[in-house]
Design a protein around this ligand. Structure first.
Ligand SMILES: [Zn+2]
Length: 352
């Protein structure tokens, strides 16, 4: 998100607009999502904002849980969402659902104890290549490279591009440009480019996933607690709209199958990797629905949950909690619906 957009949202959050929008755009509740959780943020470490925002501190996470409890929200499980939508009443308390994407180790070591302490549910979407240690966490590789190097060269589609990285703004711009390029590539091409990059700069790509990912044993441990729902997030965190139908079903259904086998119970929830209009569209949602493999599927389209979503259970919008937020004012601007309304041209029920 650009600084301008962030400043606009910050400004809006301080006006009466969130309170005014909430009765109309707040819906029944919200599904929140996060990725990594960290013990604390290091204020002295310069980070690429995008990676930094994807990491939420445990103190902030706890602040959010306490905030929702204080405001009288029901913190519910994804398992209970369909029931909640089928019996939606105007007087019901609002709900919030906490979800975590990808399968980071800290979801167990740092986040889970907080959910346990407050006896509230959480969902973790597992990308199988995390516990299988074949994931290439290229967003951390890319961050390390742009922060460490003065210049990097990357070859994509036989075109060599060189980025000068002497200032922080150049580093950030290069990170964003390369990230966009990587996400747009087919899985084979993406792997090739990332492997070449790691090799050229002497980086051990596997080290990132070994340190950061939940193991299958840890996933099984998490699954034993009824407070935890596990979901699938594809085998390889692929850009789904670049895939053939056969590959799409392989990535989604095999992901479910492997996790279900490992934990000894059926996985019924799914999150589309990336999940914006650039990576998932009508075709993918229809394919997923037709498979009947999942009860719900979430995107990263921004929006709250309305009764009408009971007919769109495979295209549920979410709100990302950013680790760079302070306090609950910005979050309130999202869950009130004012930010989603502006983002979606005042459309209330966001599906795709
Ligand atoms: Zn993801």
């Amino acid at each position: 998100m650009s600084d301008t957009k962030q400043n606009i949202i910050k400004t809006i959050s301080k006006t009466p607009l969130p309170a005014m929008f909430k009765p109309f755009y707040g819906g029944l509740g919200s599904i929140l999502f996060m990725h990594k959780v960290v013990a604390s943020k290091d204020p002295n470490k310069i980070r690429i904002p995008l990676n930094d925002a994807n990491e939420v501190s445990i103190s902030y996470l706890e602040e959010l849980i306490l905030y929702f409890k204080k405001k009288g929200y029901d913190i519910i499980s994804l398992e209970d969402l369909p029931k909640r939508l089928n019996h939606a009443s105007k007087d019901a308390k609002k709900f919030v659902i906490f979800t975590f994407d990808d399968g980071y180790k800290d979801n167990l070591t740092l986040a889970y104890p907080i959910f346990k302490k407050h006896q509230v549910p959480m969902t973790v979407y597992i990308t199988n290549c995390f516990p299988n240690h074949s994931a290439k966490l290229w967003w951390y590789l890319l961050e390390d490279l742009v922060m460490e190097q003065e210049e990097i060269s990357v070859e994509i589609a036989n075109r060599k591009q060189t980025y000068s990285l002497s200032s922080f703004s150049q580093k950030e711009a290069a990170f964003h440009e390369l990230r966009e390029l990587f996400i747009g590539l087919s899985p084979e091409k993406q792997n090739k480019v990332i492997d070449a990059l790691a090799q050229a700069y002497g980086k051990d790509l596997q080290q990132y996933v070994k340190t950061e990912s939940l193991s299958w044993t840890e996933i099984k441990e998490l699954s034993k607690d009824p407070l935890v729902t596990l979901g699938a997030h594809t085998l390889n965190h692929v850009t789904l709209n670049t895939l053939s139908k056969e590959d799409f079903y392989h990535e989604t259904l095999e992901s479910k199958k492997e996790i279900s086998e490992k934990i000894g119970k059926e996985v019924r929830h799914f999150a589309y990797p990336f999940g914006t209009s650039k990576e998932v569209n009508k075709r993918e949602v229809e394919w997923l629905g037709k498979s009947e493999a999942f009860t719900t599927a979430t995107t990263t389209r921004i929006g709250n949950i309305f009764p009408k979503h009971k007919n769109h259970l495979w295209a549920l919008p979410r709100i990302q909690v950013l680790g760079t937020w302070e306090g609950t004012q910005i979050l309130e601007a999202y869950i009130s619906g004012v930010v989603p309304a502006l983002k979606n041209k005042f459309k209330k029920v966001v599906t795709l």
